[in-house]
Ligand binder design. Structure first.
Ligand code: ZN
Length: 248
C-alpha cells in the first residue's frame, strides 16, 4: 500500500499559513494528503489594548483547530509568546521530529522577512529541514530529506520575494474559503481586510497561471539548485501544479 502523502505548514501566527498557503493545504486535503498545520506562537499580540491575553491565546488556538478540522488536518499551536519567537534548538528539533514522523513531500513556511517572528520561523524551519535530513540522529527515527521546501507569498514578507512557482489551488478553493470562516479573529483583522486580500490574490494568481485559483511560492535555494526545472521556470515564468505531482 502506498504511504499517504503529506504536507507540513509552519507559520509564526494563527492565520499566517491559513491565509498564504490555505489553498494549497486545502487542495492537498481534497487529494487525500495528510495536512499538518503548526503555529509557533500563541498569536495574542494583535489583540486590542487591554484585552485578556489568556483568553485571546485560547481563542486563537481554538480557531486554528477549527480551521484544521474543516480540512481534516492536524493543528499544533505552541505556547511561545507572540513577538518573542526565536529560532531555538528546541523548536527546530520539535519540527525536525514532525518531519521525520510524517516524511512530508512539501514543507511550507514564511519567506525571509523583516517581521521578526516571521524571520525566526523561516530560520527555524530551514534548520529543522536540515536536521531532519541528517542520518544517525540518535532519535530513534528515520531521516527525511524534504523534496520541496516552499515559502509562501505574504504581504508582510514581500521584500525581494521571488515568485518561482505557481500552484493550481482551484481544487481546494471552496474548502479553503469554508475553513477561513472559522477564524473569526482573522476575518475581523483590525489592520486590513486580510481575507479579502488573499481571496483576490488567489484569483489574480489563478489568472496569471491560466487556471481558476493559484498560489505563488518561492523555493528554498538548495531546492532551486538541486532540482532540474523547466526552462520556463528558470526564466521566471510559470510552473504549475504538475511539477509538484500533487496527484498520485
Ligand atoms: Zn504573522
Amino acid at each position: 500500500m502506498n504511504r499517504q502523502k503529506s504536507i507540513l505548514a509552519v507559520g509564526a501566527h494563527v492565520g499566517d499559513m491559513e491565509l498564504t498557503a490555505g489553498g494549497l493545504l486545502s487542495t492537498c486535503a481534497r487529494l487525500g494528503w495528510k495536512v499538518v498545520l503548526v503555529t509557533l506562537t500563541s498569536s495574542e499580540r494583535s489583540a486590542p489594548e487591554g484585552a485578556d491575553l489568556q483568553q485571546i491565546k485560547q481563542t486563537k488556538a481554538e480557531e486554528a483547530a477549527a480551521f484544521a478540522r474543516v480540512l481534516g488536518a492536524e493543528s499544533i499551536v505552541l505556547n511561545i509568546p507572540d513577538g518573542f519567537l526565536k529560532a531555538s534548538r528546541k523548536v527546530a528539533f520539535l519540527l525536525r521530529d514532525l518531519i521525520c514522523r510524517d516524511a512530508p513531500e512539501i514543507v511550507v513556511t514564511h519567506y525571509a522577512s523583516p517581521h521578526k517572528d516571521h524571520m525566526a520561523c523561516h530560520t527555524v524551519v530551514n534548520q529543522a529541514v536540515f536536521y531532519a535530513s541528517l542520518p544517525n540522529s540518535g532519535r530513534g527515527d528515520m531521516p527525511h530529506s524534504v523534496p520541496e521546501l516552499l515559502y509562501a507569498e505574504n504581504w508582510e514578507d514581500n521584500e525581494d520575494f521571488k515568485k518561482e512557482l505557481y500552484i493550481d489551488t482551484s481544487e481546494g478553493y471552496a474548502l479553503w474559503q469554508k475553513a477561513l470562516q472559522k477564524e473569526i479573529s482573522v476575518l475581523q483583522c483590525p489592520f486590513l481586510p486580510i481575507v479579502e486580500y488573499y481571496t483576490i490574490k488567489s484569483r489574480l494568481n489563478g489568472i496569471l497561471a491560466h487556471t481558476g485559483h493559484a498560489e505563488c511560492y518561492a523555493r528554498a535555494a538548495s531546492h532551486r539548485t538541486v532540482k532540474r526545472m523547466a526552462p520556463a521556470a528558470r526564466e521566471g515564468a510559470f510552473q504549475t501544479a504538475p511539477a509538484l505531482a500533487l496527484r498520485p
